[in-house]
Ligand binder design. Structure first.
Ligand SMILES: C[S@@+](CC[C@H](N)C(=O)[O-])C[C@H]1O[C@@H](n2cnc3c(N)ncnc32)[C@H](O)[C@@H]1O
Length: 258
C-alpha cells in the first residue's frame, strides 16, 4: 500500500473524513504543504502528531476544508435568484420555503439568501437550514460578525439594511440570524433532508472526485420536492443533469420537474 493510502485510512479512522472522495492531486498538495509547514518528516510522523495534538488536528481539518466565502458571491447569479428563482419558488410552493444551504462555510451564503428572500417574504417566515462539516466556520456563522473583506459584492442597500457597524466589524442583525439554523453535516456520510424547495451548494463539489460529485447530485435530486431548484456555483458543472433527472433553468440553476 502506498504511504498516502495508509494515511487516508488513518485519517478516516481519526476524523471520519474519507479523503478518497476528494481529488487526489489537489488534496495531496495541500497536505504536503501542511506537513512542511509543521516541520514534520512525512505522513507517518504527521499522523502520530495528529493523534496527540488536538490543535494540529483542528488546524488540519480547517486546512482541508477550504473556507473562503463572501456575501453575494458571483453577483450575476444572485441577480437571477432575486429576479427569477425566488418568484418561481413562491409561485410553486408559496411563502413557507424549505431551503438548505449546504457547505455554507462562514454563513455568508445563507445570510445572502435571507436578504434576497426578504424582498418577497416577511422575515419571520424565512427559515433556512445551513450546514457545513467544519464546526469552526459554523461558530463564525452563528456569531455573524464579519470584516470588510466579506463584502466586495454585496449591494449597498443590503449592507446598510442588515448590518450594524461596530468599530471595524459588521454584525448581522439578530432578526437575520434568527432565520438560519446552523448545523454540522458531512455531505459524504450524513443523511440528506427531504422535500426541499431549494438547495444551494456552491464551491465545494470542486474538491470531490467525479464519482462522488455524481452521487451527491443524485442525493440532491432525491432531497428536492418536484419543482424544487438546485443552485450550483460557477466552479461546479453538472454535465449529467438530464441523466440525473433535472431540467436546466439557467447555467447554474436546475429544477426537479414538477
Ligand atoms: C469554499 S467553501 C464554500 C462556501 C460557500 N458555499 C460559498 O460558495 O461561498 C467550501 C466549504 O465546504 C465545506 N466542506 C468541505 N468538505 C465538506 C463535506 N464533506 N461536507 C460538508 N461540507 C464540506 C468546507 O468546510 C467549506 O466551508
Amino acid at each position: 500500500m502506498r504511504d498516502y493510502d495508509i494515511f487516508k485510512d488513518q485519517v478516516y479512522r481519526l476524523t471520519g473524513i474519507d479523503l478518497n472522495s476528494y481529488k487526489e492531486t489537489q488534496m495531496k498538495r495541500r497536505i504536503d504543504q501542511l506537513i512542511a509547514r509543521h516541520g514534520l518528516s512525512g505522513y507517518d510522523d504527521f499522523v502520530t502528531n495528529l493523534k496527540s495534538n488536538s490543535t494540529l488536528l483542528k488546524d488540519f481539518l480547517n486546512y482541508l476544508t477550504i473556507n473562503v466565502s463572501e456575501f453575494y458571491r458571483n453577483p450575476d447569479q444572485w441577480s437571477i435568484v432575486r429576479s427569477r428563482i425566488v418568484p418561481l419558488l413562491i409561485n410553486t410552493f408559496g411563502q413557507d420555503l424549505k431551503i438548505w444551504s449546504a457547505a455554507c462555510s462562514t454563513g455568508d451564503e445563507p445570510y445572502t439568501l435571507v436578504f434576497v428572500l426578504s424582498d418577497y417574504i416577511p422575515m419571520n417566515r424565512i427559515r433556512i437550514t445551513a450546514t457545513d462539516i467544519d464546526d469552526l466556520v459554523l461558530k463564525t456563522a452563528s456569531d455573524g460578525i464579519y470584516s470588510e473583506k466579506s463584502f466586495p459584492a454585496l449591494p449597498k442597500e443590503y449592507k446598510d439594511k442588515f448590518f450594524i457597524k461596530r468599530e471595524e466589524k459588521y454584525e448581522v442583525l439578530p432578526e437575520v440570524r434568527r432565520c438560519v439554523d446552523f448545523k454540522q453535516h458531512n455531505l459524504l456520510s450524513d443523511p440528506y433532508p427531504s422535500n426541499l424547495h431549494m438547495i444551494v451548494c456552491r464551491n465545494v463539489l470542486i474538491y470531490f472526485t467525479e464519482e462522488t460529485k455524481e452521487q451527491i447530485f443524485r442525493k440532491y435530486y432525491n432531497a428536492l420536492a418536484p419543482g424544487g431548484v438546485l443552485f450550483l456555483g460557477s466552479t461546479e458543472q453538472m454535465m449529467s443533469y438530464k441523466d440525473v433527472g433535472f431540467e436546466r433553468l439557467d447555467s447554474f440553476f436546475f429544477r426537479k420537474p414538477l
